[in-house]
Design a protein around this ligand. Sequence first.
Ligand SMILES: [Zn+2]
Length: 364
Amino acid sequence: MDHDASVVWVHQLINQNSHSWNYERLQQNFHEEEIKCISAIPVGLFRQKDQLIWHYDKRGKYTVKSGYYIVREIQKSQHSLSLSVASPSSNSRLEELWKHIWKIKLPSKLSIFLWMMLMDKLPTNDTLHKRLPHFDPCCPFCGEMETSKHLFFSCPHAVAIWINSPLRLRSVFLHSVDVKDCWTELLIPLRNHEDHQQLIQLLVFILWHVWKSRNEKIFRNVIISPQDIIAATLKHFEDFSLANDSISKQSELNHSTLALTPPPVNVIKLNFDAAVDRNRRRGAIAVVARNLEGKPLDWCCKVYESIVDPLVLESLACRDAVTLALNRGFCAVRVEGDSLMVIQAILSQSAPLDIKGSSSISSF
Ligand SMILES: [Zn+2]
């Protein structure tokens, strides 16, 4: 295929005047199947700057979580191609562990920390000593060998933190040698507890603060008392839980407000919705404008060939609702739909990757 070397950016494939794909250029650069997929992407009404994005994430933004996930996926595919390396059972155990960690609602740095701890990848003094023999392998608190098990569970410093925590845990009685097995041991009694999710979260927060206090001692020679460490842990945990609660309550609130509230006087309400017909590979949208009494003032209905992504269709429906309002000269409008992602994208001015640019919703 004779590629057009001058095409570097997406906007070079778009006819800016007609807001449509430039098929001549598409044909010079892509295969037939690729052109089919590209032409199913609606072109935005407003020109937007091309930008580099992290396409593994819905919002096109790099996150540590998605980065780690991709690394795991790559390792998995490399593993399946490889004839040697680890056994399939150890690979699936790793996979299980990975899923287990990401199921726990945590700040991402704590998820990474837990992953590293359970994989025994934290730079504890005994690990560093193995690589650098001159490095002191001893615990900064008690002088014993600083393994992960010692640091987190056996050291008198850690023991005092656990016993002072709301969990009242006697960590010195954990039987396992391996820190991953210690974690499993910790989870067993929590399994049937009604607040087990929160207790598991709290476990990780405590582990994180044990690690932080150990680093404070090593790098700044600051000793924090177990009581102060627990107070800081609980404050951190409480702030995180409150922030998470308010986010989910906010979403519920937005959702219910959306469905129930009548428009204020002189405000026109525009309801939009979308539907997918997968068999015929097309989507449809509908918009209805009503006044305060619920009397229909106008409506529009459209079919979008080749578009079957519900999120894209919902955002097109929203765009058509606003276009209808502009064409009819409605000044005060309330636009309502049931796609929380589209509403949140407009409110946050940050569209998910699937609809970024295609619907130009941030330009309204
Ligand atoms: Zn120690």
